[in-house]
Design a protein around this ligand. Structure first.
Ligand code: GLA
Length: 387
């Protein structure tokens, strides 16, 4: 990858001498879905796949972007004096948003950049290619301009730019997982105060398999933002009867006792998911610490049911993948992962069942949905780096 981006850089911009090459990973979430904007817990890990960039300073204020994943767009030119979002700017709205977010915090770049990108996260798979691009941008800006920010700041700046520049009201999970990833570990993050612990996730006798449905339904962002505001409204209603800051503050029992403060059945279901999913996540990490993979898997399965029925962010294609996975002997747990409405599932599968899993789930998906699914046996990697 390093050679590839440098070669392209030279081809497009001339001289690659002095260009730095950087990497930031994508992520997969094991459990704790749609809890990160509700003050709950999440349990994601960084992947070894992600986004790479070759970057070099210019002497003027021009920005030149090129992505090997969007070759048709060619070199997209912009300027430090024009950090505003536009439809025509396509994927470059992500790095531009991060540059804008740094400037908002008083960290201004004093020259433009030439940039070549290449990523190996499958497009639209829900494995956080956009968060990896945001963290990558922050990481090379820090390196090139000496901005005084921690990796947690890189996550927060990435999220801020996505919320305020790109109009997606995402939580902190994806950027945090990318910025703070640690090889062979998942991150148990409390989004209420950003405290976190690493938990080793090298499974004895089992593998983590990500299955790509290869579908991404439209309106993902608007449906996501809608779920978020439903939860915010439910929280306001609950606050009239109980003193809490987020849905993550409630136990299941407290929720059941107070839920009638929520005056709408849909909002009640959304809030129920947020509360129960948070508790499931806490329990799942406890189970993992006790080497109880069976319980971890059962909680993953329950997470899927809740996302499908109460939060309603699954879709037929993903439900087929999960149902078929549950049928295979040696599958410990399987669920949708990420924002939803397509993308990927994550499954824990015993070593000896991995081949059968791919065969059976792949064949059933083809038959029931008419599409091919892709399977990745996942490796958990580190956060961003300069190569
Ligand atoms: C997307 C968002 C995250 C999180 C997940 C759902 O990936 O970017 O912040 O809310 O959906 O868990």
């Amino acid at each position: 990858m390093k050679e590839m981006v440098l070669k392209k850089f030279e081809e497009l911009y001339g001289n690659a001498d002095g260009a730095g090459v950087y990497f930031a990973p994508g992520r997969v979430n094991m459990i704790g879905e749609h809890t990160d904007y509700n003050g709950g817990h999440v349990f994601p890990c960084a992947l070894t796949i992600g986004t790479y960039a070759a970057v070099k300073k210019r002497t003027d204020r021009k920005l030149r972007f090129y992505s090997m994943n969007f070759e048709k767009m060619g070199v997209v030119e912009s300027s430090l004096d024009d950090l505003t979002p536009s439809d025509a700017a396509g994927w470059t709205n992500y790095p531009k948003g991060v540059m804008w977010a740094f400037a908002e915090r008083g960290m201004k770049m004093d020259c433009g950049l030439d940039i070549v990108l290449n990523g190996n996260i499958p497009n639209g798979s829900g494995l956080s290619s956009s968060a990896s691009l945001e963290v990558l941008t922050g990481f090379y800006l820090r390196d090139l301009f000496g901005f005084d920010v921690t990796n947690v700041d890189l996550a927060l700046i990435g999220q801020y730019s996505e919320n305020n520049f790109n109009g997606m009201n995402c939580g902190i999970m994806d950027q945090f997982a990318s910025a703070m990833g640690k090889k062979d570990n998942a991150i148990f993050l409390d989004t209420a105060d950003l405290s976190y612990q690493y938990a080793p996730l090298v499974l004895d006798g089992a593998k983590i398999i990500v299955t790509n449905s290869n579908v991404k339904h439209s309106l993902v962002n608007s449906a996501y933002n809608e779920r978020r505001s439903e939860c915010e409204r439910a929280l306001e209603e609950l606050k009239t009867v109980v003193d809490i800051k987020g849905l993550g503050d409630l136990s299941e029992e407290q929720f059941e006792a107070d839920k009638d403060a929520i005056k709408d059945d849909i909002r009640k279901k959304r809030a129920k998911h947020a509360v129960y999913e948070n508790q499931r996540t806490i329990r799942a990490v406890e189970a993992l610490k006790n080497n109880n993979l069976k319980e971890f898997g059962e909680l993953m399965n329950a997470s899927h049911v809740s996302l499908r029925d109460d939060y309603e962010v699954s879709c037929d294609e993903i439900d087929v993948l999960v149902e078929e996975a549950w049928k295979v002997d040696g599958v410990i747990g399987s669920r949708i992962t990420g924002g939803g409405f397509g993308g990927c599932t994550v499954s824990i599968v015993k070593d000896e069942a991995v081949d059968t899993f791919k065969e059976k789930v792949g064949a059933a998906y083809k038959e029931r949905v008419g599409k091919n699914a892709d399977f990745y046996v996942v490796e958990i990697g580190d956060g961003p780096s300069k190569l």
